[in-house]
Design a protein around this ligand. Structure first.
Ligand code: FES
Ligand code: FES
Length: 188
């Protein structure tokens, strides 16, 4: 089926197999920042925006986004540096191996478009579909808070990790999710 999809602002014409997953198609056209970390729709590493909605691209077929706008982490990365979200992840140590990070960056973009000043609970809820094996999540929540401040034009000169009131339950809940949903063998 011939499809026309706007990917990261560029119109792409393609003829994908009907059952080709969007994640695989995006990687085949060079969007290798779209990571595939599981086969159970649980890790969120493949998250992209379809129009303004965060979607796990391993859960839909390419033909289902015909005529839509798809934005990957590539489209959210400035040519000359880091976006405020990426800078905040770096500043707050919101990544270690970085495998999960593209998915988080996209999911955070969707959150901050809808809620420029999210609460801790709203951040945790928005990112519950994204798993990270490395960070323990607290630094990711701090990174989102910092990114939100940056995007609102506020000073981000708060010492990394200081002054935050993230619920301790974040670690407990998310760590359990990692253990249950993402065994070692699922990471590719
Ligand atoms: Fe899509 Fe894990 S690769 S949720
Ligand atoms: Fe390694 Fe998140 S930084 S999985």
């Amino acid at each position: 089926m011939r499809v026309s999809i706007v990917v990261d602002g560029e119109r792409v014409e393609s003829d994908p197999e009907p059952r080709l997953l969007l994640a695989e198609w995006l990687r085949s056209i060079g969007r290798t920042g779209v990571h595939v970390g599981c086969d159970s729709s649980s890790c969120g590493a493949c998250t992209v925006l379809v129009d303004d909605l965060a979607v796990k691209s391993c859960t839909i077929f390419t033909v289902q986004v015909a005529g839509r706008r798809v934005t990957t982490v590539h489209g959210l990365t400035p040519a000359d540096g880091l976006s405020p979200i990426q800078q905040a992840f770096s500043d707050e140590h919101g990544l270690q191996c970085g495998f999960c990070t593209p998915g988080f960056v996209v999911a955070v973009e969707a959150l901050l478009r809808e809620k420029p000043d999210p609460s801790d609970d709203e951040i945790v809820e928005a990112l519950e579909g994204n798993l990270c094996r490395c960070t323990g999540y607290l630094s990711i929540v701090h990174a989102v808070q910092r990114a939100a401040r940056l995007r609102r034009g506020e000073s981000a000169s708060v010492v990394a990790g200081a002054g935050h009131e993230t619920p301790l339950a974040v670690n407990t809940v998310q760590d359990r999710a990692v253990q249950e949903n993402m065994s070692e063998s699922e990471v590719v």
